[in-house]
Design a protein around this ligand. Structure first.
Ligand code: GLN
Length: 266
């Protein structure tokens, strides 16, 4: 990261010296919402703790052994980009599902999140197949329907999460599929049932971007800690680090979401 920050010395306890590998799927195609910011946040939060994070970009046509990675990330993309990567992603579907069952931490954002469900039915009724990591389906209600756009505030297992949503598709979770969070302000998955995103083991899918992890450090640390434990055992823990800038960014986004709620827009 290119900006100076104060580093808490305690940060070097616990996990110092570990190495993790992150697979960033289709970074040149699925990258419309500053999704690279999520990679930078993970690199920063690993770096100040003395954890080496190697980032491997996986593009269309590349081989992928998800079990050999410690973290997987896929960003957002519009329908056109989703169609471009769907067939290639399908090649890796079974291996990614198995790795998630084995505890692989994963973050899928927006268009990437939709592709990790069973399918996305676009505004013309065309079906873009997903890889079924999450038990859900996304349907676009048609050209005339409003998009779900704006600041969002969620309650999740890792506390309050903030972000920005911009999607036309409405996502419906199958019974038994856990959401990532509950919507306090915003539309979330579909504007109806109060759910947002999906969670399976250490895999998180969400519509929130902008980027998500820099202003939600608890989510970033949840992923990193899960990665350490899967690879190095339950004793691998993360020490707290200075989160002043992150907390300030979180507070600004939270205020925007609350103001949106007051204006009565979802
Ligand atoms: N298919 C998408 C939609 O529902 C794309 C979401 C996105 O990443 N903007 O609008």
């Amino acid at each position: 990261m290119g900006y100076p920050r104060r580093v808490d010395e305690r940060a070097h306890g616990g996990a110092h010296g570990y190495r993790l590998r992150l697979a960033h799927l289709y970074p040149d195609v699925m990258n419309i919402y500053g999704d690279r910011g999520n990679v930078l946040a993970l690199q920063h939060r690993c770096g100040v703790r003395g954890i080496a994070l190697e980032v491997v970009e996986v593009n269309v046509g590349d081989e992928l052994d998800p079990a050999a990675f410690d973290l997987v990330l896929i960003g957002g993309g519009q329908d056109r980009e989703q169609r471009r990567v769907a067939d290639d992603l399908a090649r890796h579907g079974a291996a990614i599902r198995a790795a998630v069952d084995g505890g692989l931490p994963l973050l899928a954002i927006c268009g990437g999140f939709q592709l990790f469900g069973a399918r996305y039915v676009d505004q013309s009724g065309g079906v873009v197949p997903g890889i079924g990591v999450f038990d859900l389906e996304t349907r676009h209600p048609g050209r005339r329907a409003d998009r779900c756009i704006g600041d969002v505030l969620l309650t999740t297992e890792v506390g309050e999460v903030v972000g920005f949503e911009n999607h036309g598709g409405r996502t419906y979770l199958a019974p038994g599929q856990a959401p990532f969070g509950r919507v306090r302000h915003g539309f979330g998955n579909n504007g109806e049932d109060g759910t947002e995103g999906a969670r399976r083991n250490n895999a998180i899918g969400t519509y929130l971007h902008g980027s998500l992890l820099p202003k939600n450090p608890a989510v970033a640390d949840e992923l990193i800690e899960a990665a350490l434990r899967r690879r190095f055992g339950a004793g691998a823990t993360l020490a707290p680090i200075d989160d002043e800038a992150e907390a300030a960014a979180h507070a600004v986004a939270a205020r925007a979401a609350v103001a949106r709620g007051r204006r009565g827009r979802a």
